[in-house]
Design a protein around this ligand. Sequence first.
Ligand code: NAD
Length: 497
Amino acid sequence: MSNLTRADWDQRAQQLKVEGRAFIDGEYTAAVSGATFECISPVDGRHLANVASCDAEDAQRAVVSARAAFEAGAWSRLAPAKRKAVMIRFADLLMDNAEELALLETLDMGKPISDSLNIDVPGAANALRWSGEAIDKIYDEVAATPHDQLGLVTREAVGVVGAIVPWNFPLMMACWKLGPALSTGNSVILKPSEKSPLTAIRVAQLAIEAGIPKGVLNVLPGYGHTVGKALALHMDIDTVVFTGSSKIAKQLMIYAGESNMKRVWLEAGGKSPNIVFADAADLQAAAESAASAIAFNQGEVCTAGSRLLVERSIKDKFLPLVVEALKGWKPGNPLDPDTTVGALVDTQQMNTVLSYIKAGHDGGANLVTGGKRILEETGGTYVEPTIFDGVDNAMRIAQEEIFGPVLSVITFDSAEEAIRIANDTPYGLAAAVWTADISKAHLTAKALRAGSVWVNQYDGGDMTAPFGGFKQSGNGRDKSLHAFDKYTELKATWIKL
Ligand code: NAD
């Protein structure tokens, strides 16, 4: 916990030195073209930096550096125990610089400083540390061969990894990739979102300080359709790991097919159902959880509980509890340590959210609370947490990922109907079920087509369990030892004895 006050953070924000250049071959550098884009804070519209707008030539430079580093072996062939030590140092450096990183994250994408400091930075450091700690404890296999053969089944680093990440948890999503990618010995080219590039740029320097050799981690800020596309089409990138929308995820699969058939691992969007049965043991806890599931991180969460499925017999009792709980989630200046909801990432995202609120009205849903832009005078992009009741699962606000604090309340009459509605979505990232009946909990959890299912809670999880989606929420998994599969190739070596 930090003792810094709003005034302290404001002062630090004034004094903050922001690096906007790309990081290639161990050095900060402008884009080859010299192009930059403006990084504007959603907190109050202030200009934060001119950031290098990388493109295909920068991607080429980074790939050459990353490949050379991989081939040289100073990192890729380093003993796992030594790589572990460096990864742990890297994690420690994130924590040593936690206040600066948290401030960059909050100014860049608008989330509350308390979340940046207590959730994002420690979560990112933990991903590096956990993966690093694991790497000298993983064993390969010896196959069940005939007597005169020795069959070795080994995992090898894939080589050069392109990591393309989104803006909602910029540092944490990056480190969910960097942890296992670097620990397994790969070189990485990280492309942060153009909406939130600052912590990724800063972290590159910390990697060098930790002892990661130059060229092993490169960071290329820029737009998706320029440098992102160039990486995805590059013939000498072995794997692209991605977190972002399902639309771009599908595009990356096409790029892979059009280029070198690079492996593509996708963590995409969600429209997660949060099912509350009438026999839930603690409706108050369920209501508070439903509120945080849609308001935390301004609703800009891939696993946001954006569809609240409530059994009809308790709807009139339950919904007021959710409305009351949501009053604790009021947007305010994210640099105030007491703020729980900050600004949406930018004007474009705010307008998208407001257009979905209009679609809710137009589609015939009933606005219960919220629905408006607020704090406009600050120059920031703030929207009230919003609830629509009377939502039909076929409505746009129930089918499409809004990525903002807009909750759709849908009623059901039976477990079968709840499961049918819950699964009636292109997505399959997460789901939750609230019931005191253990059989109903298990049967519902089994029937839900989602990569994570929570029972009597929302958003549980840590580095020990895999995280990712079914259906159009993606493939592959971040976190846990399962994530290492994405960064390694499986090799069978047959030795004639
Ligand atoms: P996005 O798909 O618009 O962008 C993600 C990244 O892809 C950005 O870095 C962007 O610049 C890049 N990109 C865009 N077009 C590209 C192209 N043609 N080629 C290569 N790269 C390109 O997503 P976003 O708006 O940044 O993030 C929000 C999305 O991320 C939501 O759908 C959310 O659910 C999802 N998300 C998923 C998870 C998960 O673990 N499943 C976690 C966080 C966010």
